[in-house]
Write a protein that binds this ligand. Structure first.
Ligand SMILES: [Zn+2]
Ligand SMILES: [Zn+2]
Length: 382
């Protein structure tokens, strides 16, 4: 089966610019997100994958150029393509750390023990990076694009990331015999333990350079501060993270790039209580308004909205303001509700107000008296 044209999938012209690509993608991604299409999830998933794949290629200048020139052949898809793990619940933050370990420290040691053939490749993969971003509830409501500055290691411009100066050559590292790792055997009495460390001569790559680049000392990477635009979708929740592939550290000497994880922290809002896309709000009203009913302006995350309090509203009644909650992530124009819990503000009365309340009491007493006398008459059979 031949693959569909990426431009066709996103429904855009070949001349579309970066903004158009993004716009088309966001629109389609929301519409076809599997969570928004529970009835035919399978189909939606397929479609969503298609859209994401098309976007991954067309949003990347270099990949797009290759695709325009060579078609699908030109853009080789590894297993590391786009995936909908961009947004994960707070509980899954641990998986970020797992990923991080793969980038450096522990992963290397373990793969050595378990005979990982991919070891050398992993040794010089760049680190995954974490960036914590705090946003307000309003920003989470609207979604935002934010430029962040990430300190990271980028390829050295002098040697193009190779670490070798012009005319330099790569040689087998003699310290680790090209393994990238060195084993150390420790003995204490009859106990023997073995530790495995990244070779410090070649930095785990297994190769050394006879004439290292003077600018990066042969590492191939240099400290840099990179500005990156992050697109945070409306409805994002506290603790969710965005994974930006290949925006982490560059690997030493041309090694693969790590990923950047942007962890979102949504600040608490004094007025509103949030639970996913639902919002809770406490509204204090006077006993008069509770008895007589009233249309009252109530704050919502999107501004003040009139809420109708029906006559005779009891304390702790919960009134629902439909669609006044937070947007549901990835779903086109779907919003949660705002739930308004009614509190009745009972306080001492004085002056004229007190007189009116006393009037009220007299009326109630008369009513109850007449009720009793009615009952008495009934008993007497009148
Ligand atoms: Zn260099
Ligand atoms: Zn070595």
């Amino acid at each position: 089966m031949s693959k569909k044209d990426y431009y066709e999938i996103l429904g855009i012209e070949k001349t579309a610019d970066k903004k158009d690509v993004k716009k088309a993608y966001r629109k389609l991604a929301r519409k076809h997100h599997p969570d928004a299409n529970r009835e035919n999830k399978k189909e939606a998933e397929e479609r969503f994958k298609e859209i994401s794949e098309a976007y991954e290629i067309l949003a990347d200048e270099e990949k797009r150029k290759r695709y325009d020139q060579f078609g699908h052949e030109g853009v080789n898809f590894g297993s590391g393509g786009f995936s909908w793990d961009q947004f994960t619940k707070a509980g899954d933050v641990s998986d970020i750390f797992e990923q991080m370990f793969q980038g450096g420290g522990l992963g290397d040691v373990f793969s050595q023990f378990f005979g990982g053939g991919r070891r050398r490749q992993q040794n010089n993969r760049g680190n995954d990076l974490r960036y914590d971003m705090s946003i307000s509830l309003e920003e989470a409501y609207q979604g935002l694009e934010k430029e962040i500055t990430v300190p990271r290691k980028d390829n050295c411009s002098d040697c193009d990331g190779s670490g070798a100066s012009e005319g330099g050559t790569l040689e087998h590292c003699s310290q680790c015999e090209g393994q990238g790792m060195v084993r150390e055997v420790h003995r204490r009495g009859f106990m023997q333990s073995i530790t495995t460390n990244v070779c410090n001569r070649c930095g785990g790559t297994g190769k050394v350079i006879d004439k290292p680049c003077s600018k990066c000392n042969g590492n191939g990477v240099k400290d840099n501060r990179r500005k990156i635009n992050v697109d945070i979708p409306a409805g994002v929740e506290d603790g969710q993270h965005l994974r930006l592939r290949s925006q982490g550290d560059s690997g030493s000497r041309g090694g693969p790039k790590g990923d950047l994880f942007v962890v979102i922290n949504v600040n608490e809002d004094k007025r509103f209580e949030r639970q996913g896309s639902e919002i809770g709000y406490r509204l204090k009203i006077s006993p008069v308004d509770a008895v007589l009913g009233k249309a009252i302006n109530v704050p919502t995350i999107s501004g003040e909205v009139k809420l109708n309090i029906p006559p005779g509203t009891q304390p702790n009644t919960i009134l629902r303001m439909k669609g006044r909650g937070m947007p549901v992530i990835g779903r086109n124009d779907t919003f949660g509700d705002q739930h308004v819990e009614i509190e009745i503000d009972i306080s001492k009365a004085s002056g004229k107000k007190k007189q009116v309340w006393e009037e009220l009491r007299k009326i109630e007493e008369q009513e109850s008296e007449s009720f009793i006398s009615k009952a008495k008459r009934k008993l007497r059979g009148e």
